[in-house]
Design a protein around this ligand. Structure first.
Ligand SMILES: Cc1ncc(COP(=O)(O)O)c(C=O)c1O
Length: 484
């Protein structure tokens, strides 16, 4: 029997003890964490949709219309109109024949992998795959060949050794730990050559990569070569739940064989409706993905300038920083919090003993100045924690280029950031629409602005109307009264 207290002490001594920190309010770019305001740099709410007014409203409406719980599993009574609607929309978005909703990304991975392999088969799994893939392999009772991270030669050696018992290659599209990408074209080629299926968990790719946010598989042009793509609704799509996209027979097969779908309550109607609203926003505003990628590039270059060694793909929103051992990583995390930045520690066994550090996750709703300040605060925190860093160097200029000169000086316009997207359009960065509206007007330039939230309650009539006209946002009742 496990001695709980002794095990907890052991984890504490190894520096691996974890605790849940409390976030008050929604998952915005800034949150109140254990009572203290901080910049949130470890949320998967990549596109800022979890706290978007339209997403919240859709979830609230769905609760009124369909209730809160689905009341049963998908195969019993839990498949409701709203589930069908989202499945149709996701299949169309991912340009596949069919989509199937699961309760979460964890459940989708476990269900898919365990349905597509059985005892006597071999599953080929990247060594850095998410725990859900690992657990799906265990449930399948197949033999598992774990190939070295992204190493297609090692994988091919394994395929050869399996002598026809191979069932499935499974990989994350974007790896959760480091934000790097799987070598998808090579994996497609190997799957075809060795006649095995290919499953990609694109939970961190959907909404962050690819044209229109269609994910890492779409970005690599590999849709036709991947049998099943898994996407979480709990990350860029701002809700909870998950889906798989595939062809019709596969969807029918998974619906009748995935234990995690059959034996679990269907996703709740508000979560499904929230994801549907988020998908609509993603389709209507693909600029959110570009903004996210520009933010990720900016943070990377600012961190590099501050002396960090920044690996990983240039445009994924996940940025890992290796700082030393577990104690250094934990100290860095605490020092960063003292400086108002909430980043997650990356600890062994997730990383090698001397490769511990911080894992940062960027959101489209972060402003540039927030990210610049965060890079500075993180550098100070790492130094204070005793991490070794290189000398600070000049940051390479990320695209798109900011053009502060475009803002005509005005008392409030000065507080908004305008930047050029390189195609002659201006983007505005300011979460208070009235200020942003004034800045855009003052610039006299064409613009493309997507801002969330109503004008500030104390806005003047002119400012409220300007903001409404520009950002297509509803004025709250207090503005209407004030304006009248
Ligand atoms: C790669 C990957 N797949 C799946 C999941 C699980 O998704 P969910 O949170 O929807 O259960 C995660 C969550 O962190 C993940 O990183």
């Amino acid at each position: 029997m496990i001695e709980i207290e002794a095990r907890l002490d052991e984890l504490e001594q190894l520096g691996l003890s974890r605790r849940m920190r409390l976030v008050s309010g929604p998952q915005g770019p800034r949150v109140v964490l254990d009572g203290k305001p901080v910049l949130l740099l470890c949320s998967n709410n990549y596109l800022g949709l979890a706290d978007h007014p339209a997403v919240r409203e859709a979830a609230a409406d769905a609760a009124m219309r369909w209730g809160v719980g689905a009341g049963g599993s998908r195969l019993v009574s839990g498949t409701m109109t709203i589930h069908r609607r989202l499945e149709e929309r996701l299949a169309a978005f991912q340009r596949r024949q069919a989509a199937l909703l699961f309760g979460s990304g964890y459940l989708a991975n476990v269900g898919v992998v365990s349905s597509l392999a059985r005892a006597g088969d071999v599953v080929f799994s990247d060594e850095l795959n998410h725990a859900a893939v690992v657990d799906g392999c265990r449930l399948s009772r197949a033999d598992v060949f774990i190939y070295e991270h992204g190493d297609v030669e090692h994988l091919e050696w394994g395929l050869r050794e399996a002598e026809g018992r191979g069932a499935l290659i499974v990989t994350d599209g974007v790896f959760a730990r480091d934000g790097d990408l799987a070598p998808l074209p090579e994996l497609v080629e190997l799957a075809e050559r060795w006649d095995v299926r290919l499953v990609v968990d694109d939970s961190h790719g959907v909404g962050t990569l690819g044209s229109g946010g269609r994910g890492a598989v779409a970005e690599a042009g590999c849709e036709d070569g991947v049998d099943v793509v898994i996407g979480s609704l709990g990350k860029a799509l701002g809700s909870y739940g998950a889906y798989v996209v595939c062809d019709q027979p596969m969807a029918r097969y998974l619906a009748t064989s995935a234990r995690s779908l059959i034996h679990s309550t269907a996703p709740s109607p508000p979560a499904v409706a929230g994801a549907l609203a988020a998908l609509t926003l993603l389709e209507q505003q693909p600029r959110r993905v570009e903004k996210l990628q520009a933010n990720a590039a900016l943070l990377r270059s600012e961190l590099a300038a501050a002396g960090f060694d920044v690996p990983g793909s240039g445009h994924s929103p996940i940025v890992p920083l290796a700082l030393g051992d577990a104690a250094t990583a934990l100290r860095s995390c605490e020092r960063a919090l003292e400086r108002g930045v909430f980043a997650q520690p990356l600890l062994p066994p997730q990383v090698p003993l001397d490769g511990a550090g911080l894992r940062l996750a960027v959101m489209a709703s972060h402003s540039k100045s927030e990210l610049r300040d965060a890079a500075r605060a993180l550098a100070q925190a790492a130094r204070a924690a005793g991490a070794v860093q290189s000398e600070p160097r000049r940051a390479p200029q990320p695209a798109p280029i900011r053009e502060p000169a475009a803002v005509a000086p005005g008392p409030r316009a000065r507080h908004a950031e305008l930047w050029d997207d390189g195609e002659g359009e201006l983007w505005v960065e300011q979460r208070r629409p009235v200020i942003a509206a004034e800045a855009v007007q003052a610039s006299g330039r064409p613009f493309d602005a997507e801002l969330d939230g109503p004008p500030a309650p104390r806005a003047s009539r002119r400012a409220a109307q300007t903001a409404q006209g520009i950002f297509d946002v509803e004025a709250p009742a207090s503005v209407v009264e004030h304006a009248a």
